[in-house]
Design a protein around this ligand. Structure first.
Ligand SMILES: [Zn+2]
Length: 427
């Protein structure tokens, strides 16, 4: 639980996908780790509160990465020559296989955790590998950062190389229980477990059924991939001839229903039935535009999902996406939505920058509860950003400064402070 203070600066946050709020030289008040709201002047009764003076800097909610793979961090920016299924066989599985070696995992996860701490991300939903001890080590390292994360030990018992396949559904489930037991013993404050069947092609029906039981028994969230690539969708049809759509291969085993949410990455090719399943279950969609571009996967109809009132956030999908930056993900989300509008379906308007900002803050944040906004009662996750090196002779409004930061972050944007649940992280 964080303390009580006010952050003074130029404050921007989303009220909704459609509404961006901006207060120049305002006060964002934190009480016991929770936002009390944004004020033009300090409210009566708070005159004596500690004020962290960041005048002239941008203050925005912490960013939420709904989908990335920690063990793929080492080869990001490499192997962008293939589509999904060949990319997995050629680049991804060999690298994930190396994480059987705890020493290798330790070194690689240290780099990942350190870089994530210094990024604009405050919360993330993360894939590990099938390996129990290395995944626990990843969780230990993330716990130390103070970031809030969900981390999953991956389940895979078919269609994977010998070195990265669990022996049977039973063995996979028993390792998952072992992992969950160890997580319980460690008593993490910031790091929570999430069930993680890699995707339907990697998991037998028996394993999927067992994970569904585990989810019901322990009320655990779940993450996976859905309708990312056309060959993958076709393969699932062959593997599960009983299903009428890919989404059903999760729904049938209880992976989407219940009062604890799930998150499905991509959702580029969902038929109407699948969209209804996702919407009805409150499932979160992790939109990963850079990955979808680099693996030539496709473009998700995010405008449609937003208009239907579905839960949508952004993911970097390291290492399908090369960049850990959610500002880059926002810019890419806007860019691909424009290409989709022009080349695929002119009935779906492109996303605006402020809508992409919403997806990276409150949109994905709600997977974690009241997260991603500065409205009263939200957990106090905040970034202080220095945009002074992004020089221009124009007089920009606060909204325009935020827009420039989204597109130009890599050319001199700087994170000055990072708060998670009211606690200032050491960056
Ligand atoms: Zn992924």
């Amino acid at each position: 639980m964080g303390g009580s203070f006010a952050l003074r600066g130029d404050i921007c946050w989303s009220k909704s996908a459609a509404e961006l709020s901006c207060v120049k030289d305002g006060y964002l008040v934190c009480e016991n780790g929770v936002s009390r709201g944004v004020f033009e002047e300090l409210p009566a009764g708070l005159e004596g509160i500690e004020v962290i003076d960041r005048r002239g800097r941008l203050v925005v909610p912490g960013l939420v990465d709904l989908h990335l793979h920690a063990p793929q961090y080492g080869f990001r920016g490499l192997g962008m020559d293939l589509e999904l299924l060949d990319w997995l066989d050629t680049h991804t599985f060999p690298e994930e296989g190396r994480y059987a070696d705890l020493g290798y995992a330790e070194r690689a996860y240290q780099v990942f955790a350190d870089d994530l701490l210094h990024s604009a991300t405050t919360r993330a939903v993360v894939f590990g590998t099938i390996h129990v001890e290395p995944t626990l080590r990843l969780m230990d390292l993330l716990e130390e950062t103070g970031l809030k994360t969900f981390v999953g030990k991956v389940n895979m018992d078919r269609n994977s190389p010998d070195y990265l396949r669990e022996r049977s559904a039973k063995a996979s489930l028993s390792d998952t229980r072992l992992w969950l037991g160890r997580v319980g013993e460690r008593g993490y404050e910031n790091t929570l477990p999430i069930l993680t069947p890699r995707f339907t092609p990697s998991c037998t029906d028996e394993l999927m059924a067992g994970l569904g039981q585990l989810r019901e028994e322990l009320r655990l969230p779940l993450q996976s991939h859905l309708s990312e690539n056309l060959s993958e969708v076709e393969w699932v049809r062959e593997l599960c001839p009983w299903s009428s759509c890919y989404g059903q291969t999760y729904e049938r085993f209880g992976h989407l229903s219940g009062d604890v949410p799930s998150v499905m990455a991509h959702c580029n090719y969902c038929p109407e039935e699948e969209i209804e399943i996702l919407k009805g279950s409150g499932c979160f969609i992790a939109h990963c535009p850079q990955s979808n571009t680099m693996l030539s996967s496709g473009i998700a109809p995010i405008r449609d999902y937003l208009e239907r009132g579905m839960n949508v956030g952004l993911g970097t999908d390291i290492a399908g996406g090369a960049s850990l930056s959610l500002f880059r993900a926002m810019a890419d989300a806007v860019g691909v939505s424009k290409l989709r509008w022009r080349c695929v379906d002119e009935t779906l308007r492109p996303l605006s920058t402020s809508e992409a900002f919403y997806l990276a803050t409150a949109g994905g944040g709600s997977f974690f509860g009241k997260v991603g906004s500065f409205d009263q009662g939200f957990e106090f996750d905040a970034l202080v950003l220095d945009d002074s090196a992004l020089r221009t002779t124009l007089e920009c409004s606060l909204e325009e400064r935020l827009e420039r930061y989204v597109y130009l972050e890599a050319e001199g944007g700087r994170i000055c402070d990072k708060f998670v649940a009211g606690r200032r992280l050491q960056i």
